[in-house]
Design a protein around this ligand. Structure first.
Ligand SMILES: [Cu+2]
Length: 626
């Protein structure tokens, strides 16, 4: 979760935390609506100062942190750092003054692999170069140096980062959202994972992130900027968004019409950025969040309050909260809430997006999906689909859950039965459906008509008609860290009418958490060990790759005996077919963030190959083609 993990071992440990700064000013959350600086004779002059300040990432009257922040000289400091935003070609005269006792190092418009960082010594003022020759979305970020090393015990000063936006003339209005991460070890004398984690969007953690109020038919442009140094697969519920640009923080690629594509989850590189356009077409409550469950975990509220909480083992808060309380405390960090109001008269969308198919006048297909568990404190949880009239045994559990295979345009009615001892809810990830069935208990729906969490031995009926064929997933959206680790996830495939799922040529590769001897490991289709695949040569095969890990990207590759990647053709992302021009052949190696699905096709030649999945642990699957 931290920058430059390999360097951590080299860090000289300090014996004590920094003393609290009683006289520090209070930093304000920065909603990134107002650019910093003043324009004098055509030059944007920006005077920044680094200092320590008190910060309330949760409620205004909630727990606070003292951290390094940036502000403009003479103004209240803000988190994230002031927005540097000018029209293309504008000359920028920006400086940074360092009032800290430590050197601070800036990666400004430089990306995570920055080789041109800016060191600002204590008491020093230095120019912060800003390139404005090309429109785009960029980042700036910084960390402290002490004793000749990056100094992470101070929470790495990641709040002193922000967005740099270079506008093209006539660009439509947009919003800028900056992701930041605050980490400090509970015990700063020890190296390890014992970290306090607080993650924010524009300086606030859920539920105190900005609440967005939209109306059906609005065209929305967002710039998502990572100032945290980690990767964040940002996922929108209920709708596709169009990815309009993507960059690494140093350079940006603004997509041509042919390069644009649709996604429900997009993960920019570390310190990178992307921009999106979307049009809400159904009213109700939605969320846009990081699909790393850890980054949206409710335990962050406890961490902020300096309480050690283990989000996998601790379940105590679940039983004693109402749905409304759980929505506030059960999620934290990187979640934006979006309330979409109906539009009195429907207007055509300004951009082409698919909409939920109109309800078909046929009886829905009925499915009974049970969430069950094995005994034990960390007993495996899993889904099972009821086959006939009689319920499956209470201890029948599958990880991942069985593939749910639906048909585009065919209505379905899924009764979710909770046989767990805690509340739960199922999110239909990537499906364009009504908010009420979206699976975030206590939030999905609208106004007072909110879907409940599903209580033990209760059930909830979900209705939708999948409007497009593709690869999706279903998973818990309640106490996500614990319930995903214990196995509450599965693949969801929507086929075209008339198609049938042929497991001999259609291969699900579900990358998710699996428990092994009380520890979580990366599993593929529920197993950390090798289970060989047998493929017929000379026929087209589709691999449907899904990542639903709680905190980690996965690299997936299909390699020959010399470890060289084969060539496959990318065909879909997040369930949406790629534009024809993007369905290109490419080396069979890709990175998949949590919440992303990718479909690839290959016509393999006879031989012995391996499907490699590299995450925080690795899985190797022999692929025998004959
Ligand atoms: Cu994240």
């Amino acid at each position: 979760m931290t920058w430059f993990a390999p360097l951590l071992a080299a860090i000289i440990l300090s014996a004590a935390k920094d003393p609290p700064s009683r006289s520090a000013p209070v930093a304000l959350p920065n909603d990134n609506r107002v650019p910093a600086g003043v324009t004098v004779a055509g030059v944007r002059r920006i005077r920044l100062v680094v200092q320590r300040a008190v910060w309330h990432p949760d409620a205004d009257d909630g727990p606070s942190l003292v951290t390094e922040v940036l502000g403009e000289e003479g103004k209240t400091p803000m988190i994230p750092a002031p927005l540097i935003r000018v029209l293309v070609g504008t000359r920028v005269d920006a400086t940074v003054r360092n009032t800290l006792a430590d050197t601070i190092v800036f990666f400004a418009q430089c990306g995570i692999d920055c080789r041109d960082s800016l060191f600002v010594a204590p008491g020093q003022t230095r120019a912060l170069p800003v390139r404005t020759s090309r429109p785009g979305t960029y980042s700036y970020a910084s960390f402290l140096y002490r004793g000749g090393h990056p100094y992470f015990e101070s929470a790495a000063a990641t709040q002193t980062g922000g967005a740099i936006v270079v506008d093209s003339a006539g660009a439509p209005p947009d919003r800028v959202f900056v992701i930041a991460e605050w980490i400090q070890r509970f015990d700063t004398t020890k190296v390890g994972d014992d970290e306090r984690l607080v993650m924010t969007i524009n300086g606030r953690m859920w539920p105190h992130t900005e609440r967005l109020h939209l109306t059906v038919g609005d065209t929305v442009h967002w710039r998502i900027v990572d100032a945290s140094g980690d990767t964040h697969p940002m996922h929108l519920h209920g709708f596709y968004f169009r990815v309009d640009s993507r960059g690494d923080g140093a350079t940006d690629t603004i997509y041509s019409a042919a390069q644009r594509r649709w996604a429900v989850t997009e993960e920019p590189p570390r310190l990178g950025a992307f921009t999106l356009t979307w049009v809400p077409q159904r009213s109700g409550n939605w969320i846009f969040h990081c699909h790393k469950a850890v980054h949206m975990g409710g335990f962050q509220h406890a961490h902020l309050a300096e309480e050690r909480v283990d989000p996998i083992r601790d379940t105590t808060h679940d039983a004693h909260t109402t749905d409304a309380e759980h929505i506030a405390s059960g999620m934290g960090g990187l979640v934006l809430g979006i309330e979409v109001a109906p539009r009195p008269s429907a207007v055509p969308a300004a951009i082409a997006v698919s909409s939920t198919a109109p309800p078909a006048p046929v009886a829905p297909r009925r499915i009974r999906l049970l969430a069950q568990r094995l005994p034990g404190a960390l007993g495996v949880h899993g889904y099972v689909v009821q086959g006939g009239d009689s319920a499956p045994a209470r201890d029948s559990v599958r990880v991942p859950g069985p593939p749910i295979v639906l048909t585009r345009g065919e209505p379905v009615e899924i009764t979710v039965v909770n046989h767990l001892d805690v509340k739960t809810g199922v999110h239909w990830h990537g499906i364009e459906l009504d908010s009420y069935y979206d699976g975030v208990g206590g939030w999905s729906g609208a106004g007072a008509h909110l879907a409940p969490r599903i209580a033990p031995n209760d059930s909830f009926v979900v209705r939708f008609t999948p409007p497009r064929a593709g690869t999706f997933m279903y998973h818990t959206h309640n106490d996500e860290v614990r319930q995903l680790v214990l196995g509450l996830y599965g693949p969801l495939v929507v086929l075209e009418p008339g198609q049938t799922f042929d497991a001999s040529t259609d291969h699900l590769v579900v990358i998710g958490e699996t428990m092994s001897s009380g520890r979580r490991v990366v599993g593929v289709n529920g197993a950390a060990g090798a289970r060989p695949m047998h493929l017929a040569a000379g026929k087209p095969h589709r691999f449907r790759l899904l990542n639903v890990l709680i905190d980690d990207d996965a690299e997936v590759s299909l390699v020959d005996s010399a470890n060289a990647p084969l060539v496959w053709r990318a065909v879909a992302k997040d369930g949406a077919d790629l534009p024809v021009a993007q369905r290109t052949e490419r080396p069979a190696r890709l990175s998949l963030g949590p919440g992303e699905t990718v479909d690839v096709e290959i016509v393999p030649k006879p031989g012995r190959y391996a499907l490699l999945v590299r995450g925080y642990s690795n899985v190797l699957i022999d692929v025998d083609v004959r």
